[in-house]
Design a protein around this ligand. Structure first.
Ligand SMILES: [Zn+2]
Length: 307
């Protein structure tokens, strides 16, 4: 049987929220089979659980926010991406503020934390959402066109294209393809950092966003070039971060996908609309598990590669 996975032991992290600038502590804990990923706001008078689900996503301006009752957690996508990349099904995330810490701006720190705590299999079949016919969402036209699509595929692969007409981005790759079954998530995707343009900083700060952003947790780009003194971690780090985000955005559906995802200039909002469009069409997907690991797509049984 291809089994569900959780952590072996608990692990903690401390950092600041990218948008709130607030100090926050995370405790990542093992969870029982079929729990999924659940955030618990432990700073509230009564702790509130916020189970991750596509319909729990309540705000997608610059980051993905989930809510339950009046309680929220912002910027969940990099931690969700790490969980997806490592094939982790069940996890409790105790959090002391309303935003996940940004750490180094990528998912590499989360991958390191989760792998250090250890990942164990559980006595329950891992459930996948297998896409059985194409589903697509679109927004805008001409130069503002964006779209994202899911199609049937025996595995999970992603293809993302950005179109930033900017000298610092033009010189890097604007399209990337990645197959999660390759086992290379930690090495090829996890280290890609979030990025921001100095021209947007003032606008963001006036809206109370980006207050924790710095060159320690983001690639910062002015009108012409990358300002970080050590440059980029990958030649195509910008589009790789968009794939990292998409992997996290899509994992809020609660199960790993078996699908091919293709996107052009998509973001948190459109990625979430795509999941909702899929869930609204029960004939476009089915929930499957594998009694025999050999029937599972390549790489799915051993998704927790070493560095
Ligand atoms: Zn991101």
């Amino acid at each position: 049987m291809l089994a569900q996975r959780t952590l072996k032991s608990l692990t903690k992290a401390v950092g600041v929220g990218l948008h709130s600038g607030q100090r926050v502590e995370l405790t990542l804990r093992p969870a029982a089979p079929d729990t999924g990923i659940v955030f618990r706001r432990v700073d509230l008078p009564e702790p509130v659980d916020i189970p991750v689900h596509a319909t729990a996503v309540s705000d997608t301006r610059l980051a993905s926010t989930i809510s339950s009752g009046g309680a929220k957690v912002h910027t969940i996508e990099h931690l969700m991406s790490a969980c997806s990349g490592l094939g982790l099904d069940n996890l409790m995330v105790d959090i002391t503020a309303e935003e996940v810490p940004i750490l180094d701006g990528s998912s590499a720190s989360f991958v390191y934390l989760l792998q250090s705590a250890g990942i164990v299999t559980q006595n329950a079949p891992k459930r996948f959402i297998r896409v059985t016919r194409p589903v697509e969402v679109r927004e805008g036209e001409g130069r503002s066109l964006k779209w994202a699509r899911l199609e049937p595929y025996h595995g999970y692969k992603l293809s993302f294209e950005i179109e930033f007409d900017h000298p610092a981005v033009n010189s890097t790759g604007q399209r990337v393809e990645f197959d999660l079954g390759s086992g290379n998530y930690s090495r090829e995707i996890a280290r890609a950092r979030t990025f921001g343009f100095t021209k947007d900083v003032e606008m963001m700060r006036s809206r109370g966003l980006g207050l924790g952003a710095s060159m320690d947790n983001a690639i910062v780009v002015d009108r012409y070039r990358v300002l970080n003194s050590d440059g980029l971690r990958y030649d195509d780090e910008f589009v790789k971060h968009k794939i990292l985000d998409a992997i996290g955005d899509l994992y809020v559906i609660g199960h790993p996908l078996l699908a091919s995802y293709t996107a052009f200039r998509s973001g948190h909002a459109l990625n979430n609309q795509l999941l909702r469009a899929l869930l609204e069409q029960p004939d476009a997907y089915e929930v499957v598990s594998f009694d025999d690991e050999k029937q599972a797509p390549r790489g799915m049984a051993e998704l927790a590669p070493a560095w």
